[in-house]
Design a protein around this ligand. Sequence first.
Ligand code: GLN
Length: 486
Amino acid sequence: MNLAEMTAMQLKELLAKGQTSCREIMESVLDEINRREPEVQAFISIRDREELLAEAEAVDQRRQKGEAVGVLAGLPVAIKDNICTKGIPTTCASRMLANFVPPYEATIVERIRAADGIILGKTNMDEFAMGSSTENSAMKITRNPHNPEYVPGGTSGGSAAAVAANETILAIGSDTGGSIRQPAAFCGVVGMKPTYGRVSRYGLIAYGSSLDQIGTITKDVQDTALLLSVIAGHDPKDSTCINAEVPDYLQETKTTKPLRIGVPKEYFGPGLDEEVRKSVENAIELLKEDGHTLDSISLPHTEYAVPAYYIIACAEASSNLARYDGCQYGFRSPGDDNIIDMFTHTRTQGFGEEVKRRIMLGTYALSAGYYDAYYLKAARVRTLIARDFKAAFESYDLVLHPIAPTPAFKIGENIDDPLKMYLGDIYSVIANLVGIPAITVPCGWTSNHLPIGVQLAAKPLDEPTLLSAAYRLESLLHKSGLLTRP
Ligand code: GLN
């Protein structure tokens, strides 16, 4: 079997038995990049081949000498391009940061390196993580590895496509309103947004700070547990990071117990694609047969999630993106002799259409005359949505529903209709508004061979239950044959 097609856990086993080397793994991944990348276009930058092979060999040599190596020893990890990598350009897929080379490392990158993972390169995304298809990138359009006419989802579309195309073994994304889980589902891989504060965001370029979370994109649930165990944990450099012990996620993944799972009826309303509905219902049936309790429940404020999310996310973005004014770092429009013109031209030329739309929406929602009508109201709606979940979690361990109302759509299909694009986030933004952990696993295929994903969400910090349920569901789906590509 091609090494690049294997999971991190499978490769770790081969490495431990001495049946392969980190160099061989890296070569195999680089071969896949050569083969697939001209079409898929998942990466904005890929590190130098010789440097990557030398790093892999250095890990092999340490292992040969009997030295201790980290849990990600020699495994390639792709990083979304809104996460700072020291000495490696971090562009946020924006003209504004096209030449930005961070002088420091994000905490999660430091942790991956400390675990001997090898940073492969930086993946494409929607500019400043605003979008749902990776079409808003100022750099390139990433294509769905299962069909190049379709989007990979977004905004971590590059990371999801890279994992699905075997152009990396593991990947990191960020999720403000579904940006890990929706592209993972569209590309047929596993995506997880941990609890708000579970993973340090130091070095993540901010979009909506009360919503942003870094998480994982992997080929299966065990790899998710492995990578999460490396990146989770307290960081004094991020004041929102929770100071709680990190459980042994890999161990927890394998525990099985009968679970109570709520299935919110509001997530199965009009607009839900029939093939997606059928696939998610299959997953529900498999879990029932496996002895879990699945009940229809109501989360009555669901319909207000998209408007609340877009007001809060844009308001926060308008404030976070105020720093890009041509003074401190990033792009500066040349030739102006007064500073106001310089600000205006820098921001007009440096940001793309969608980013400017969001800055204007957010500035409007925060303006003195409209603050109460928009921002304050959205913040109150957010509390109501959080209460819906609190009540549900009094009776249930988990909540299960589709991650998106449709499978991947065609490139260009939604890009001229921002409202349609925003409405596609209806099921994904809630986990961010509430701050709970959520994971998507592939649960089937459409008749035209595109993957479908299902989401499970848990109480804050209950990643152990979430991972064990996802692992169980994944194996049930495999056994049932529903994951076999038609
Ligand atoms: N689609 C959502 C948005 O455009 C989610 C983005 C994200 O999670 N970064 O805001």
